[in-house]
Each structure stands twice: as structure tokens, then as C-alpha cells.
Design a protein around this ligand. Structure first.
Ligand SMILES: Nc1ncnc2c1ncn2[C@@H]1O[C@H](COP(=O)(O)OP(=O)(O)OP(=O)(O)O)[C@@H](O)[C@H]1O
Ligand SMILES: [Mg+2]
Length: 367
């Protein structure tokens, strides 16, 4: 099932006044795709998922499943979740505490009036898949967080939905369980081939699960792409700094050409950069921009002078395990560099070098 979001907007009217939760958002989600909606708290992720589910209606725009319209604000069309054949899993598992695992999973089929033997068969299939077969008689209170989440997923999938929607389903689990549930969920989705839309504010989760990821910010779409594209070719400073950990350094920068050679000015220093990058600088509109450099692309060296790079002072060295994150200062400017050498001491003067082939030349945001 393909899902098309066309110029969708949603305004809420509350005691706070009017809130524009979505501001004209368009997206195409492919058939069988694992699609992730990523963004900070309050950017509109749950609002968008609820609109796709049919739990709420848009104030502008349309939602299509293949060639069928699910919601159209102009024509006042908004199909119910049941008619859309979607299934949704929430952060709070929302299981019925008085029902057994079997009855929880069977519930949506019972209310749909399915025959008892068919229900038993469907539940067996779902519980085999999610390794819950031994727990059919247990009540939710007797289950671990991970098991409860699996029951919630089984209950969602038992109806064979056309679109599977998940809103931060793993955020109540501890880090280790979350990682293993991620792997399970991804392989389950592959086997079932159900178009899946997954909401998270966790960029690591988004990058590891998504075939493609849409980055949302303040009700707008910042960029859509594969995890690789978002990491290596962020469209703007927001995506650049939101994705990647430790985060990308951003420098106020300007550039110009002297004697046919491109120069970049950052932190009150003029640096000559490789000739072939001139073209990318010329493509920017205007002379000022933001230079993005990931910490792993800034190299630190013990050296008292730096003919090509620049000097900085080590403020602190944060050990991350295999690598060390150096927090550096140059005058009032701050930067971070990742290094595998662990013996940098606080207060040391070092030279840093930029790997210009991994530089991001980002236009300033218009917002
Ligand atoms: N029913 C509502 N009434 C009024 N405002 C709402 C309502 N639901 C959401 N909003 C507002 O819309 C904006 C988007 O909310 P939404 O829940 O979609 O964010 P989110 O991206 O899911 O955030 P989080 O990561 O914290 O769950 C927020 O400013 C929120 O306060
Ligand atoms: Mg939310």
C-alpha cells in the first residue's frame, strides 16, 4: 500500500490559542516501505500519524492510500480507522489488564465478528511470529515490558492491516531491550511486507530502522532520504545537527576567491580550501553560510604550529570508549573533534585539521 500525504495541515484550537501542528506537509511513502518520522518533541510527528490513522481529521490537504482518498479537508472527507484498515501501536501498550494475552490479541478479531476457529488460527500465527506462544494464558501484569510490547504488536498485526503505524513504541524499554526489539521489528516488517510508518525522536532508532526517514521540525518537512543521504548530505543546518552523535560542529562562515583560489573564513581565520570545492561554494547564494564539520572529520594533532590548519586549546577530553571526544576552544569559539588517541590533556595547545572533503556548506535557514 502506498501512502500519499498532500499539502497536509493541522491546526488545533486550545486554551493556548491556535497551534499550527502541521504546516502544509507533503510526503510519498512507498509500498512495503519502513518509513520513519523523526523530529524533536512537539514537531508534529504524532499529529501526522494520528491523521494517517484516521484518529483525527486534517484542517487542510489530503491523505491517499494507493488511489483511494482517506481524508480530504476541502471536501470534508475523513474515513474511520477501521475503513482505512490501519493498525497502530502506541508508547503505552494499552493492553486490557483483565484479559489474557490470547484474549488481548484476539480482541480486535472478536469485535469484528470473526469465527472462533479462525480467531484461534490468526492468534496462533501472530503469537508464533512474536514468540509469545508460551504466554497465551498470562495477564499483562505478569509480563515484562518487552513481552507486553510484543503483545501490543501482535494485537496490531493480527488483523493484517494495510498500513502499520507505530508511535514511539519502544521508548518505555531499557536500552538493551530496545536495541533487540528494533532488530526484531525490522525483520518482522521485512517478512510481512506491510507498509510501516514509525514515529521516533531518537535519531539512532530512525537511522537503524528506516528505509527512508523524514525529518520534521515545527510542523514542516526538513528533508526526506535514506539514512545515508541524511547523514552525508544534510539539506540544511537543522538536519545536519539533528542527525549524528556527537553532533556536527557549525561555524558561521564566509568565503571568497583570491587569485582563483577559494578561501573560507571561520573563527576569525582565513583558510585556503581545496580548489575543487570552489564550485560548491559558488552554488551557495551569497558569501556567508554555515560550515558543518562532524567531529570525526576534524583531526587533532600534537603540534606547536599549524601551517594549514589551526590551533586550539583542549578544554576537556571525554572518553567514549574506543574514541575520545575533545572539547576545544579557539578564542570565544568552541568546537569538538573525535580522536582515537587518548592522551590529550586539558589545557594542551594542539593543532586541528579539517577534512574538507567531508565539509558541509549549508545555506542559512530562512526561518
Ligand atoms: N489535541 C491538541 N490540542 C492542542 N494542541 C495540540 C493537540 N495535540 C497536539 N498539539 C500541539 O501540536 C504540536 C505537535 O504535537 P505532536 O504531539 O504532534 O508532537 P510530537 O512531535 O509527537 O512530540 P513528542 O515527541 O513530544 O511526542 C505541539 O505543539 C502540541 O502541543
Ligand atoms: Mg508524539
Amino acid at each position: 500500500m502506498m501512502v500519499r500525504i498532500d499539502n497536509l495541515s493541522k491546526r488545533f484550537f486550545s486554551l493556548r490559542g491556535e497551534v499550527a501542528a502541521l504546516r502544509g506537509l507533503s510526503l510519498d511513502i512507498h509500498d512495503k516501505e519502513f518509513f520513519v518520522l523523526l523530529g524533536p518533541s512537539g514537531c508534529g510527528k504524532s499529529t501526522l500519524l494520528n491523521l494517517i490513522a484516521g484518529l483525527d481529521s486534517p484542517t487542510g490537504g489530503q491523505i491517499w492510500f494507493d488511489d483511494a482518498v482517506m481524508a480530504d479537508a476541502d471536501r470534508g472527507v475523513c474515513l474511520s480507522p477501521r475503513k482505512r484498515n490501519v493498525a497502530m501501536v502506541f508508547q503505552s501498550y494499552a493492553l486490557y489488564p483483565h484479559l489474557s494475552v490470547f484474549d488481548n490479541i484476539a480482541f480486535p478479531l472478536s469485535i469484528a465478528g470473526m469465527r472462533k476457529d479462525e480467531i484461534a488460527e490468526a492468534v496462533r500465527e501472530a503469537t508464533d511470529m512474536l514468540e509469545l506462544a508460551d504466554l497465551l494464558a498470562a495477564k499483562p501484569a505478569e509480563l515484562s515490558g518487552g513481552q507486553r510490547q510484543r503483545v501490543a504488536i501482535a494485537r496490531a498485526l493480527v488483523r493484517k492491516p494495510s498500513v502499520f503505524l507505530l508511535d514511539e513504541p519502544l521508548s518505555n524499554l531499557d536500552a538493551q531491550l530496545r536495541a533487540s526489539m528494533r532488530t526484531e521489528l525490522k525483520s518482522l516488517q521485512r517478512r510481512l511486507g506491510i507498509t510501516t510508518i514509525y514515529v521516533t525522536h531518537d535519531q539512532v532508532e530512525a537511522m537503524s530502522l528506516g528505509d527512508r526517514v523524514a525529518v520534521l521540525h515545527d510542523g514542516r518537512l526538513e528533508q526526506t532520504g535514506s539514512p545515508q543521504e541524511l547523514y552525508h548530505r544534510p539539506a540544511n543546518a537543522f538536519v545536519g545537527t539533528f542527525i549524528g552523535s556527537p553532533p556536527m560542529n557549525l561555524f558561521e562562515a564566509s568565503w571568497r576567491e583570491a587569485d582563483g583560489r577559494p578561501h573560507v573564513e571561520i573563527m576569525n581565520m582565513r583558510l585556503e580550501i581545496p580548489l575543487h570545492l570552489g564550485q560548491r561554494l559558488r552554488a551557495l547564494k551569497g558569501a556567508s553560510f554555515l560550515l558543518g564539520m562532524r567531529p570525526e572529520n576534524i583531526h587533532a594533532h600534537f603540534s606547536t604550529s599549524s601551517p594549514l590548519g589551526l590551533m586550539a586549546t583542549v578544554r576537556s577530553a571525554e572518553r567514549l570508549g574506543r574514541e575520545t571526544l575533545l572539547h576545544l576552544a579557539r578564542g570565544e569559539h568552541r568546537l569538538t573533534a573525535l580522536t582515537s588517541a587518548g592522551d590529550f590533556t586539558e589545557g594542551a595547545e594542539i593543532s586541528v585539521e579539517f577534512d574538507w572533503d567531508h565539509a558541509h556548506f549549508l545555506a542559512r535557514s530562512e526561518r
